[in-house]
Design a protein around this ligand. Structure first.
Ligand code: ADP
Length: 240
């Protein structure tokens, strides 16, 4: 039933072409939570020619990951506000220590001002969906350290499971229908390889925390959405 899930904090995991964007839009409108796509946020920065966009563009075009510090800035400014983003800007990538359950700290800042500034605004905790983030262990750890301490930890990570040939076919179709910076076949293969090397390890990370749910991503968007709904409705803390 629509409306039975509230305040859910979701990450959509899955390789390029697994249907994250399609499902993100559906979950967002069905449950009234913002869908935050780092891919779309980066596109916007690149199109606007901002300093961050200019630094990110070559990575996106090559099918490589944008450096963690840039992506964390983007997510922080979307979830925490511009002031926090400015603070996080000075946290070198890879130096944020995961500290779920024990408070959080951003190594390298260590000041009360930085601690205060990275506390998310209350309504952030009332539900969101992240599409395309985190994509590396460092991103996941940085995110957990900041959000878990604020009582705003992730509820569930939905891993869209689609085989590689399906993914390549979907990306090929998308590159004919839309113009993206990164959908030619060679770049698509590169993105799949990057996923396998850098992002697939997040499955074990979230499985160890008991929040990973694998979703069969084959079939129509409606079929996949139905499977996702079943999982979201089964989350014990979100039944009403
Ligand atoms: P897809 O879901 O098809 O992989 P996205 O739109 O999510 O596409 O991402 C497109 C590109 O944007 C990625 O290949 C990468 O260059 C960059 N990107 C998006 N999210 C991240 C992230 N969390 N970390 C690093 N790079 C990212």
């Amino acid at each position: 039933m629509p409306g039975t899930v509230r305040s859910v904090r979701v990450v959509l995991l899955g390789p390029p072409g697994s249907g994250k964007g399609t499902q993100a839009a559906r979950i967002s409108s069905r449950y009234g939570i913002p869908a935050i796509s780092t891919g779309r946020l980066l596109d916007t920065e690149i199109a606007a020619g901002t300093p961050l966009g200019r630094r990110a563009e070559s990575f996106v075009r090559a099918g490589e990951l944008v450096p963690d510090d840039l992506v964390l800035d983007l997510v922080a400014s979307r979830l925490f506000g511009a002031r926090a983003a400015a603070v996080l800007d000075h946290v070198p990538a890879g130096t944020v220590v995961a500290a779920a359950g024990t408070g959080s700290r951003a190594a390298g800042t260590g000041t009360a001002v930085a601690e205060a500034a990275v506390t998310p605004v209350p309504d952030v905790c009332s539900g969101f969906l992240l599409d395309g983030f985190p994509r590396t262990l460092a991103q996941a750890e940085a995110f957990d350290a900041r959000f878990a301490a604020a009582g705003c930890a992730l509820d569930v990570v939905l891993d869209l499971d689609v085989d590689e040939s399906t993914v390549l076919a979907r990306i090929a179709r998308r590159s004919r229908d839309e113009s993206r910076l990164d959908d030619d076949e060679e770049t698509a293969r590169r993105r799949l390889k990057v996923f396998a090397e850098r992002t697939a390890p997040l499955r074990a990370y979230y499985a160890a925390r008991g929040i990973l749910r694998t979703i069969d991503g084959s079939g129509t968007p409606d079929e996949v959405a139905g499977r996702i709904d079943a999982v979201l409705r089964s989350l014990p803390d979100h039944r009403h």
